[in-house]
Design a protein around this ligand. Structure first.
Ligand SMILES: [Zn+2]
Length: 436
């Protein structure tokens, strides 16, 4: 596949890594915003599919980690107005494990992790014998609508994703891909200010018909907010700032005549919960302290959830898992234990999933491994905001819908709008949001 890398730093200019530029100061870096463009938008297959309208531009905008109660006129006036204007879903949920990578993957594939390969941010990689992040392009094992709309409808698609690992796992799929830049050190994400500027630039330069956007500030500032359990000072500021950037994006769409073309599907990938410093669960220490368990499990930590992969002799697996369940159930803060199959997580989730109570977090393998107060992954962080809005004539107005919807329903909705078959997906289109 031919790729044109247009504005990225060359290998012989190491001083211009995405990370170091921001550390040196943000001024002037917008000039370096660039995108990787595939050699298509391309000839569709012999019989291209028909979108529901020839003038519709679809944006899926993820307000990463947003809590449903934050979708109100005081904290998020733009998002709240958009939701009132369109169809607001009041019983929307992420799926387990309530992390960023599995829920973004669910949005773009429409299927459960046992089919798309992505059950959590972090897995125990049996082949490597270590924990790793699912940030590789081949980690997704089911087609996404980013490449399906590009190929089957023959129109330009784009991904504008603020987090480095999201850019990694979705690389090679959309027609146009923005590599987040500059990256904030430690968080490995680009501030919403830069992401929304890149979004505008992408729209101006490429006129994508379908764009997948992740705004990471709410999540990243939420994770680090030491007052999250009470005042949420940094978090509330991030919600306000992200909302204001989206106000500017709406103004851009209106001023360039694109608002009437726009369908906006806005949701979070999970919400957020905050723990106090002493409320952590160190499952690794409990396993090490038990002679029947020591050295027999690999742990992948996912904030409010841990996954455990059995590493011992097959004949002893059942007894070891029984013992692990007993030990974990006795730890303060542990909420639920799941067989990964009952959550349809697939084999990468290992042999057992543990979640924490609200106000707690996992810290593995050591008590210092996870010091950040804001976490998600557990049941308390499943509820999400979810609405459909925009200026296109197919968008219905002023509706509130109480039926349950989930992140898996995004891909079939996008597929429906571009005339693609979605019969094989596990989710369903949110059809009540449109006059089709
Ligand atoms: Zn997230």
């Amino acid at each position: 596949m031919c790729q044109l890398d247009r504005h990225r730093p060359t290998p012989d200019s190491p001083a211009l890594s995405r990370r170091t530029v921001l550390a040196a100061g943000g001024a002037g870096v917008l000039a370096a915003v660039g995108a990787t463009v595939l050699g298509t938008p391309a000839a569709a297959w012999a019989r291209p599919t028909q979108p529901v309208a020839d003038d519709v531009d679809v944006y899926v905008i993820v307000t990463d980690g947003m809590i449903p109660s934050e979708l109100n006129a005081a904290q998020a006036p733009t998002l709240s107005r958009w939701a009132d204007h369109g169809t607001r879903y009041t019983s929307a949920r992420a799926h387990m494990i309530a992390e960023t990578l599995p829920n973004h993957t669910a949005m773009m594939t429409g299927v459960y992790p046992d089919r798309n390969g992505v059950p959590s941010n972090s897995i125990w990689d049996r082949a490597a014998g270590d924990e790793r992040t699912l940030d590789r392009a081949d980690d997704i094992t089911y087609p996404t609508v980013l490449e399906r709309v590009r190929v089957e409808a023959g129109v330009t698609t784009a991904s504008v994703l603020s987090k480095d690992y999201l850019h990694g796992i979705f690389s090679g799929r959309a027609s146009v891909q923005w590599a987040p830049f500059p990256l904030v050190p430690v968080t490995d994400h680009s501030l919403d200010e830069f992401t929304v500027e890149a979004l505008k630039r992408t729209v101006i330069d490429h006129s994508p018909r379908f764009t997948f956007v992740n705004l990471g500030d709410m999540d990243r500032f939420g994770h680090m907010d030491l007052s999250g359990y009470s005042l949420r000072v940094a978090r509330n500021q991030a919600v306000w700032n992200s909302d204001h950037k989206l106000f500017q994006f709406e103004r851009f769409l209106r001023e360039t005549g694109r608002w009437e073309r726009s369908v906006l599907i806005v949701l979070a990938d999970h919400s957020m919960d905050w723990s106090v410093p002493e409320n952590f669960i160190n499952a690794g220490a409990a396993i090490d302290a038990d002679p029947a368990l020591r050295g027999r499990f690999g742990i992948a930590q996912n904030g409010g959830a841990d996954t455990f992969t059995y590493l011992g002799a097959p004949a002893e697996r059942g007894a070891a898992l029984d013992r692990l369940r007993t030990v974990l159930a006795g730890l303060p803060g542990v909420n639920s234990l799941y067989d990964p199959a009952e959550l349809r997580l697939g084999e990468r989730a290992g042999d057992l999933v543990a979640t924490c109570h609200p106000g707690w977090r996992f810290s593995d393998p050591t008590p210092l491994s996870n010091p950040i107060p804001g976490n998600h992954g557990h049941e308390a962080t499943l509820p999400i905001p979810f609405f459909v809005s925009g200026g296109h004539r197919i968008v219905r107005h002023g509706q509130v819908v109480d039926r349950p919807v989930t992140t898996r329903d995004v891909a079939p909705t996008v597929a429906r709008l571009f005339g693609l078959d979605h019969g094989d997906m596990d989710g369903s289109p949110v059809v009540e949001a449109f006059d089709l």
